[in-house]
Design a protein around this ligand. Structure first.
Ligand SMILES: [Zn+2]
Length: 333
């Protein structure tokens, strides 16, 4: 009966399209193809086949992470220092513009047994007087200084701050850590300088009262896994700075090799899980260099495929932390 219907349909379609020739099987295929055509390729999706141009990775890369780690008991605590609610397509082409997504704004506290307390990013500062509130806002007591104090950590005991980039939601509270060594990619510093008075997403450098960061230049650093450039910050295999530029001119990623496996803090290289897992782009105009940004997503996606125990924490989404149960990584309540 279904075949008879298929033939009738095919004859009808033949008269409409003029392309059916053959037996019952080809009729069924013809009907199927007409009923369920190939979906169009989304221009916002990136082909994983482009992975070919990434650096060659050593077949023993995963083992090298363990062997080269010279210090045990590094711990990571993640603080959510601010929130924002945005239309879904702002962060991922896989989300509907009609949806509303709650974003996190994490700050990372690394407890290193030898190097002490290290922060990655510092969350947004208070909204400057006379300015309308920005997208990410810390609720009462949610800012990183209050959160650290509540966790029993004196902010003045932070030895080093790594800013993934200098957008206000990542570097807004840097002035609260005046005694810490402060690391910023050299290209990021120049971009922030050029953006003063032009791009309100960057922090106001006047608020630093002349303080300068320690500039990080990864341009001559060797590849690290699938990433173009990576440098072991302390020479002990635990904290590696990665060139993940694209979202901004000098976005840094921070790779941690810990007792229970590696962790990748992406900074602005990915906002949410979809970006690197499905290679779905956010709203394009927000990225400094979309081609470079796409390359970072392919690098992160490739590492995710290669290392099943890699915990990836994107810039504004803490849900991927649920994918792996680990005792050496905690989210502060
Ligand atoms: Zn940013």
């Amino acid at each position: 009966m279904r075949r008879a219907v298929a033939i009738v349909l095919a004859v009808v379609l033949e008269s409409a399209c003029g392309s059916w020739k053959g037996d019952v099987k080809s009729v069924e295929r013809f009907v199927r193809e007409q009923t369920f055509p190939e979906p169009p390729t989304s221009p916002d999706m990136i082909s994983p086949a482009k992975n070919k141009d990434l650096p060659a990775i050593s077949p023993t890369f995963a083992e090298s992470l363990v062997v080269n780690r010279k210090v045990d008991h590094v711990r990571l605590t993640v603080f959510d220092a601010a929130d924002a609610v945005v239309p879904g397509d702002t962060v991922s082409s896989m989300k509907s513009p009609l949806s509303r997504v709650k974003l996190a704004d994490p700050v990372f506290l690394i407890r290193h047994p030898v190097q002490g307390l290290i922060l990655v990013d510092t969350g947004p500062g208070p909204t400057p007087p006379g300015r309308k509130p920005r997208r990410f806002v810390s609720g009462p007591g949610q800012d990183i200084v209050s959160r650290l104090r509540r966790s029993g950590v004196d902010p003045s005991s932070i030895r080093c701050v790594i800013s993934t980039h200098l957008h206000y939601d990542h570097a807004g509270m840097i002035a609260k850590f005046p005694n810490a060594r402060w690391l910023v990619d050299v290209r990021e510093w120049r971009a922030a300088r050029a953006a003063q008075g032009v791009d309100a997403d960057y922090i106001d450098l006047r608020s630093l009262n002349g303080r300068l960061p320690e500039a990080v230049d990864l341009s001559t650093a060797p590849s690290y896994g699938l990433f173009d450039h990576g440098r072991d910050l302390f020479g002990d295999g635990t904290v590696v700075l990665l060139d993940l530029s694209g979202h901004t001119a000098g976005n840094l990623g921070v790779w941690l090799n810990m007792d229970e496996g590696p962790v990748l803090i992406t900074g602005g290289a990915a906002d949410v899980w979809d970006n690197y897992n499905d290679l779905a782009l956010p709203e394009k105009p927000r990225e400094f260099d979309v081609k470079e940004y796409e390359r970072r997503l392919r690098e992160i996606h490739g590492m995710e495929q290669l290392l099943p125990d890699l915990m990836i924490i994107p810039s504004h989404d803490l849900s991927p932390m649920r994918l792996l149960e680990r005792d050496d990584v905690a989210q502060a309540s």
